[in-house]
Design a protein around this ligand. Structure first.
Ligand SMILES: C[S@@+](CC[C@H](N)C(=O)[O-])C[C@H]1O[C@@H](n2cnc3c(N)ncnc32)[C@H](O)[C@@H]1O
Length: 219
């Protein structure tokens, strides 16, 4: 596999997103091996994109059932193709879930049928508006089991500052692209959104290449 970084392109099926995913999937698997339930459970991925992560993780947790979702239905064929290629029969067919549209959040009223022990979301905030944090936290608070958690992975600012120069550089590159919603968002804003929906930041794990895994649980 080449380590050459392709040009920035947030499309979920782009070479750039695949390159980023190939770098972060192994460290993320390490975190999930520590934290995912050892018994049965339902695991939901938000913004699955190509499906490369869920298809990489699922074979390591045969006792769990995985549910890929995205707002963009065009990625579903790729997710299904990967599940077939990898023989992953613990991955459900992808479902349309748009964090800005509560009508797509499974049937949150039916808690018995629709609760998830873990919800995870990888690399969405640098190319999405911070306003989706509100939907993400509300969705998680509706769908998580009482002792479940939401794991958000990506690069972030912390209280208005960048933890490293490379994160500042990445933010500058994103900001100069002329798309108002691109750029590194602030963990403080995620915490404020979580508070509104009865969740709190429980753990902030430093990940390679100046990323974080943020673990939110019920208060
Ligand atoms: C940069 S891609 C990352 C995809 C994948 N998580 C990965 O790391 O390879 C961002 C993804 O967020 C999805 N997305 C953007 N806004 C969303 C929303 N409001 N609700 C759900 N998914 C959304 C996009 O469709 C896209 O698949």
């Amino acid at each position: 596999m080449s380590n050459d970084k392709p040009p920035l392109d947030p499309h979920p099926l782009s070479e750039y997103v695949a390159w980023a995913g190939n770098r972060n999937r192994e460290p993320l698997l390490g975190v999930l091996k520590e934290k995912l339930p050892k018994d049965n459970g339902q695991i939901l991925e938000l913004a699955s994109g190509s499906g490369m992560h869920i298809n990489y993780f699922a074979p390591h947790f045969e006792h769990l059932h995985f549910h890929p979702t995205d707002k963009d239905k065009d990625v579903f064929d790729n997710i299904k193709k990967l599940s077939i290629e990898h023989g992953n029969d613990n991955i459900a067919d992808p479902t349309h879930l748009d964090l800005t549209d509560p009508d797509t959040w499974f049937n949150a009223a039916d808690r018995e049928a629709n609760t998830f022990a873990v919800i995870f979301c990888i690399n969405i905030f640098q190319v999405a508006p911070i306003s989706i944090a509100d939907g993400m936290m509300e969705c998680a608070s509706k769908l998580l089991t009482n002792d479940g958690f939401l794991l958000i992975y990506g690069p972030f600012q912390i209280g208005g500052t960048f933890s490293t120069e490379s994160n500042q550089d990445f933010h500058n590159t994103l900001s100069s692209a002329g798309v108002s919603e691109w750029g590194l968002k602030d963990i403080t804003d995620l915490q404020a959104a979580a508070e509104k929906h009865g969740l709190e930041l429980n753990e902030k794990i430093d990940m390679p290449a100046n990323n974080f895994s943020l673990v939110f649980t019920r208060k």
